[in-house]
Design a protein around this ligand. Structure first.
Ligand SMILES: O=C(O)c1ccccc1NCC(=O)[C@H](O)[C@H](O)COP(=O)(O)O
Length: 211
């Protein structure tokens, strides 16, 4: 696996999954959140999951799901990683990890330096922090970037990722400026909400791997 990790999020067809894998993505994100244009039902997600080869991790993105539906989703989709993209607490993620033993990521909408204080409470609990733009119309996947300068005072104490408005044109600069070990993109790789472009996926991965 190359040093630069790449998550292509919100995929919903075998063709775009294959393109992301071929282009060097380390992680594929599926959205299970009904308000999102990228939402996948459990059946569709389970069917698409078969197109992800071992060695590439499936990240299931959920937003403040209740325990029983979350358990059903995990059993149906069998993700490698759970990305918590709502107001989930450290206590809740700790419980999920204890019960299921799965890799867990916690996302944060980065507004100011106080976010890093909140993020610290997930140290030793979450496996990775994902810094994204603050919630807008959706909790994530809004195609909005935040001020990368905010990360100047970030002293990584655990694995992390950068998201929010990344696209083929800005990802190299984002990596160079922030040193993000993992970059995550969704809207910037689409032709319309929920419709990914194979060309944009390829260009994004190429630019990220060359940065
Ligand atoms: O992508 C969505 O539709 C979504 C909906 C609800 C919660 C999270 C969602 N996406 C999470 C992601 O990891 C996105 O890749 C991340 O927010 C970046 O999105 P974008 O700014 O569109 O590249």
């Amino acid at each position: 696996m190359p040093d630069q990790l790449i998550k292509i999020c919100g995929l919903s067809t075998p063709e775009t999954i294959n393109a992301a894998v071929e282009a060097g993505a380390s992680h594929i994100g599926f959205i299970h959140f009904e308000k999102s244009p990228r939402h996948l039902s459990l059946d569709d997600a389970a069917r698409l999951r078969r197109h992800i080869p071992s060695g590439v991790k499936l990240v299931l993105v959920t937003v403040a799901m209740q325990p029983e539906p979350l358990e059903r989703a995990i059993n149906a989709i069998k993700p490698d990683v759970l990305q918590f993209h709502g107001g989930e607490t450290a206590q809740w993620i700790k419980l999920v990890k204890q019960m299921i033993g799965i890799e867990c990521w916690k996302s944060f909408g980065l507004r100011d330096k106080d976010t890093f204080v909140e993020a610290k409470t997930f140290d030793g609990i979450a496996d990775r922090l994902l810094f994204d733009a603050p919630a807008h119309e959706l909790p994530g996947g809004n195609g909005l970037a935040f001020q990368w300068d905010l990360l100047d005072s970030w002293e990584p104490f655990m694995p992390w990722a950068l998201a929010g408005g990344l696209n083929p044109d800005n990802v190299a600069e984002a990596i160079q400026r922030t040193g993000a070990p993992l970059v995550d993109a969704s809207s910037g790789l689409e032709t319309e909400p929920g419709v990914k472009s194979i060309e944009k996926i390829e260009a994004f991965c190429k630019a990220a791997l060359a940065a």
